[in-house]
Design a protein around this ligand. Structure first.
Ligand SMILES: Nc1nc2c(ncn2[C@@H]2O[C@H](COP(=O)(O)OP(=O)(O)OP(=O)(O)O)[C@@H](O)[C@H]2O)c(=O)[nH]1
Ligand SMILES: [Mg+2]
Length: 150
């Protein structure tokens, strides 16, 4: 599927909220139970990252996308990604910090957790509540579509 993105991240990281906000749906995200395919995204339950025996599902899904967006909750203090985990993928992986609107958010810590997961700049700092960072995410999505067409 042209230009599709796989969303990964821990339980409650904000994958489904991001996907909904990208399509201008600001409703409340339901808990993701299974791999869910839409035109632009493959969304998955956060358990697939948190429980190692599911890693293979993420790796299989990565073969069906152009790139992977790895989400990091800005209020999470502990690492969900094993060190260097994102290097397992053969597609580009982009770090997205979520929930920067929260008073307890710590974007610097989130960026450093993403770096531990094996990622480099650019990192996208976002909020599905305020819409911060979504213009940049939208541009990235469009640039993927363009890359696919050439
Ligand atoms: N304040 C704030 N809350 C957010 C943001 N993004 C998501 N949330 C909330 O965080 C909770 C989890 O969001 P989801 O989008 O369901 O998270 P998920 O990564 O899809 O979770 P799973 O489906 O369980 O893997 C929900 O209550 C969302 O409303 C954000 O940017 N800011
Ligand atoms: Mg979800």
């Amino acid at each position: 599927m042209a230009g599709r993105i796989l969303l990964i991240g821990g339980v409650g990281a904000g994958k489904t909220s991001l996907k909904m906000r990208m399509s201008n749906n600001t409703g409340k995200a339901p808990k993701t139970q299974v791999l869910t395919y839409t035109e632009a995204f493959i969304d998955c339950p956060g358990e697939y990252l948190e429980i190692p025996r599911y890693y293979h599902v993420l790796i299989d899904a990565s073969h069906m996308v152009s790139e992977i967006w790895a989400l990091q909750d800005a209020k999470a203090a502990r690492a969900i990604y094993p060190p260097g985990f994102t290097k397992v993928f053969t597609k580009p992986v982009v770090g997205v910090v979520t929930k920067i609107d929260l008073p307890e958010a710590n974007p610097e810590r989130a960026v450093s957790l993403l770096a531990q997961a094996g990622l480099q700049q650019p990192f996208y700092l976002t909020s599905a509540v305020t819409g911060a960072g979504y213009e940049e995410l939208g541009r990235r999505l469009l640039s993927i579509d363009r890359r696919q067409n050439h």
